[in-house]
Write a protein that binds this ligand. Structure first.
Ligand SMILES: [Zn+2]
Length: 447
């Protein structure tokens, strides 16, 4: 195999733009900016037919995989994508299971609740991934890169979905996985999947930021490889979430793609996917991205909507006012404000991918709003009434769409794709919801 020079890493900030070879383990440029995976060649539009044919996978796990089915659009390994031996040697897959069950579905009860026509609403559950969340999309690609650079251990700081996905892939690849957590602050049940998959839990004195910092130090000192979403290869795999939605809609763009907002890896990857598809001429219309924050963890919404120091934070063509972000974080620290929501998947005060998220919002003329915990529980519950299981953070997508329609931002005849990010992992949430007859969709037990 010839290693071409097609894929490389590039700093996202326009005034910097430092570049690194694809085999670099850097997750930031030397000035501390985020990196993008870039490709020099434009994939042929005729791949659309190949992707469609691969749905009949005929035993090829890389065609079966909802991630690797699109491998030409994330070919940072620069392999011959039709050569099954090369695919098997380089691409990491859970036997084709990552992303395999994910596609847009109609959910009539959710549409009725949202007050949108059933034909105009699609909801795409990513919780049906093997570890129960969208993370498997990006973990497949991040662990592929880890393998490409010869890493023997993957490392993350996480209390939930990331640790589950990392642990699962590490177990499948026979490599080590360290999961850093703040000591004494995490309910052990949240880590049950990480334990199950044989990950090594590492307890750190301090808060989540300290755990993340120590995990990155471990990477530097002990030949580890970070799989938190600061890793640009995570973003590559998560591009397949919008790829699958768009393919299902015959590559005709919807008007909106709606995500819950946490670390903003999903927002970033959706934006990158749409930028690339548009540049390559695969799509004409650019869907607008809507990000739904929790009221209790609303960093992006506060900054984007000008609720802090009266300035609306924007990507500003690659020159964002990063000082405003630092001031906002100082303000959170000074006032002792900690992110607080029962939707732990989006309980994040300092979104790692905020700048890439802003770039995505600028490219797509996006919007950001917030919803309350009780609204999210209604959203989660109405998804359940369609026979689909989702976590509380995913409920934000449903009630976020409802709110934006009420406000007239999403029009009633717009086509909307909402992403449901994960499956229910907190068994007591629905039990408590349904035992309280005041809740909108509650069905309390009878005696
Ligand atoms: Zn830079």
């Amino acid at each position: 195999m010839t290693m071409l020079d097609d894929a490389y890493l590039k700093c996202i900030e326009h005034e910097c733009g430092l570049e690194y070879p694809i085999k670099s383990r850097n997750v930031q440029c030397e000035k501390g900016h985020m990196l993008d995976v870039k490709y020099k060649n434009n994939p042929s539009i005729h791949l659309k037919e190949i992707f469609y044919k691969r749905r009949n996978s005929q035993g090829n796990i890389f065609d079966e995989s909802g991630v690797w089915r699109f491998r030409e659009l994330l070919n940072f390994c620069q392999i011959d994508t039709e050569n099954i031996e090369e695919c098997s040697k380089y691409l990491v897959s859970l036997d084709g299971a990552e992303g395999r069950q994910s596609k847009p579905y109609r959910m009539s009860k959710a549409a009725k609740f949202i007050e949108i026509s059933n034909e105009n609403l699609w909801l795409q559950p990513e919780g049906y991934n093997p570890s129960g969340s969208f993370k498997d999309n990006g973990m497949a690609t991040a662990v592929t890169h880890a393998k490409m650079v010869g890493a023997k251990k993957i490392v993350c700081a996480s209390t939930g979905n990331t640790s589950a996905s990392a642990g699962m892939f590490a177990a499948n690849e026979g490599i080590d996985c360290n999961v850093y957590i703040p000591k004494g602050q995490i309910a052990p049940g949240k880590l049950s999947q990480a334990y199950q998959f044989g990950a090594q839990i590492v307890e750190v004195d301090g808060n989540f930021d300290d755990a993340l910092k120590q995990s990155l130090e471990d990477v530097q000192n002990n030949d580890g490889y970070t799989v938190n979403s600061i890793n640009p290869f995570r973003i590559e795999g998560q591009k397949t979430i919008p790829f699958r939605a768009l393919e299902y809609l015959n590559w005709e763009s919807p008007d909106w793609i709606v995500y819950p907002g946490g670390a903003l890896g999903n927002t970033s990857s959706c934006g990158k996917a749409l930028m690339e598809l548009h540049e390559w001429g695969w799509i004409k219309k650019i869907p607008r991205i809507a990000v739904i924050n929790s009221e209790g963890a609303s960093t992006l919404s506060d900054l984007y909507n000008g609720k802090f120091e009266d300035e609306e934070l924007r990507w500003n063509k690659g020159n964002p006012n990063t000082e405003l972000i630092s001031k906002y974080y100082d303000h959170l620290d000074k006032e002792g404000i900690r992110p607080k929501t029962k939707a732990t998947a989006i309980q994040i005060g300092r979104p790692t991918n905020i700048l890439k998220g802003l770039r995505a919002l600028e490219f797509t003329n996006g919007v950001v709003t917030t919803v309350s915990d009780s609204e999210m529980l209604d959203g989660m519950s109405v998804v359940g009434l369609n026979g689909f299981d989702c976590e509380m953070a995913s409920g934000a997508t449903v009630v976020g769409i409802k709110k934006l329609i009420t406000e007239g931002i999403i029009k009633k005849d717009d086509i909307v794709v909402g992403i449901l990010t994960g499956r229910q992992k907190d068994a007591m949430l629905p039990v408590e919801y349904h035992n309280n007859s005041k809740n909108k969709f509650a069905k309390p037990p009878k005696n």
